[in-house]
Design a protein around this ligand. Structure first.
Ligand SMILES: Cc1cc2nc3c(=O)[nH]c(=O)nc-3n(C[C@H](O)[C@H](O)[C@H](O)COP(=O)(O)OP(=O)(O)OC[C@H]3O[C@@H](n4cnc5c(N)ncnc54)[C@H](O)[C@@H]3O)c2cc1C
Length: 377
């Protein structure tokens, strides 16, 4: 699997990704190449046009993509196809699966995932975007933020409030999940000028009178949060794998440069002060990968994987970031030049640290759920 994905990625070298980062255009050719060889449906059931493989396989694929130098520009371009529609696969009706999954597996449609809102942040129970039932449709009004790929998406998986927070037992009740057309007559998508990964947009979304057919609701009304919770662990595992891949791309460049760059009449890589941080990064990336493997195996076996998935995301993101930062420092001044690519990696390595959940909230989760400490937030 690694070899096959590597072969496709080899057609899209670092210069391709630098160009996409500079011009901010979606990496359509790369997306098409993976679609053509059937990779976008890797986790989607064979009944709906996919390969029916597990998260363990998808993690290898995503790690390989990122490690090729595609980093998060490449990984985020296809991330949603790989596991994003998991709530549809698990909670959708047969008719919904038949309608929604094949175009995503074939790469004929792109989708975005719209959860975050500016006033809610990590506190999902505070979501305010409303969907009101009117016969056979829901009328949706509100705003989302940070929604990746919304510039190019045909569809969106969106979490909105269907019952006011005052009327539910706990704030995360009363939310519903829809997979529906991103109808630009009623949804304004405004790109956020951001630090990195310019090839894959992130956006503000303003939703005004969007009519969503009731048949686009996934599962029962008011239970949407439960459904997205199910997909959160695999998403964390994949993000961790992507971060590790990016760290490995950085480490590869750093080690090559350290062998070639001669200062004080010897390669800089002959100095332990250059060697040791790189060796440390290698070990941390390897260790994080083992946690990814454990979490992915647990998920694929149907064993609860919350602690391992969260730990994998934390460790993978931190190890990836450290490798990128170390790679820039190994390059000295040249690390700051776009031509050497590691500055782009460093900018991208911030994403898995922040999203989809912050390191602080993962520490809170482990403290509470694993160590039995009082809930702190
Ligand atoms: C590049 C990018 C792409 C994204 N793509 C998507 C997407 O496609 N779809 C989507 O829905 N969202 C997306 N997001 C949003 C992302 O999931 C959120 O940014 C993330 O969940 C954090 O939310 P926030 O930014 O509102 O942080 P906040 O909730 O405002 O938190 C800010 C800081 O405070 C800390 N904090 C808050 N409460 C506590 C506490 N009790 N204890 C300790 N620390 C605390 C947090 O850890 C964090 O460091 C994306 C974000 C980025 C940057």
């Amino acid at each position: 699997m690694r070899d096959a994905v590597k072969k496709i990625c080899a057609r899209f070298g670092d210069d391709y990704w630098l160009k996409r980062d500079n011009d901010g255009r979606f990496p359509e050719a790369f997306y098409r190449a993976l679609a053509a060889d059937g990779w976008l449906g890797v986790c989607i059931s064979q009944d709906f046009g996919g390969s029916g493989l597990g998260v363990s396989d998808a993690a290898i694929m995503m790690e390989t993509i990122a490690a090729s130098g595609a980093g998060f520009s490449g990984a985020s371009a296809v991330h949603m196809n790989i596991f994003g529609l998991n709530p549809v696969a698990v909670y959708g009706t047969e008719a919904q699966k038949k309608r929604m999954l094949p175009p995503i597996a074939a790469g004929k449609e792109k989708a975005c995932f719209a959860v975050t809102e500016s006033n809610a942040g990590l506190e999902t129970g505070k979501l305010q975007t409303r969907a009101e039932r009117r016969g056979d449709i829901y009328l949706v009004n509100g705003a989302k933020i940070w929604i990746s790929t919304a510039q190019v998406a045909d569809k969106m998986l969106i979490l909105v409030r269907t019952t006011p927070v005052e009327k539910v037992r706990k704030p995360t009740d009363g939310l519903s999940l829809f997979y529906t057309a991103l109808d630009r007559r009623h949804v304004e998508v405004r790109a956020i000028d951001k630090m990195g990964r310019h090839a894959v947009d992130s956006n503000q979304m303003f939703i005004d009178g969007l009519q969503v057919p009731a048949e686009d609701r996934i599962g029962e009304e008011d239970r949407g949060f439960e459904y997205i919770l199910h997909g959160m662990n695999p998403e964390r595992i994949l993000i961790a794998a992507e971060a590790i891949g990016l760290g490995r791309a950085a480490l590869r460049r750093a080690a090559t440069y350290a062998k070639e760059r001669v200062v004080f009449d010897r390669p800089i890589g002959k100095n332990q002060a250059i060697q040791h941080p790189l060796a440390e990064c290698w070990m941390e990336l390897e260790a994080a990968e083992l946690m990814v493997r454990k979490a992915a195996w647990q998920y694929d076996q149907g064993i609860p994987c919350g602690p391992a998935a969260n730990a994998a995301k934390y460790l993978g993101a931190e190890a990836g970031f450290k490798a990128c930062q170390t790679a820039v420092m190994t390059h000295g001044g040249y690390g700051y030049a776009k031509e050497y690519h590691v500055e782009r990696y460093l900018r991208e390595s911030m994403i898995p640290r922040i999203a989809p959940v912050s390191p602080q909230l993962i520490l809170c989760f482990i403290a509470e759920k694993v160590l039995g400490l009082p809930k702190s937030y």
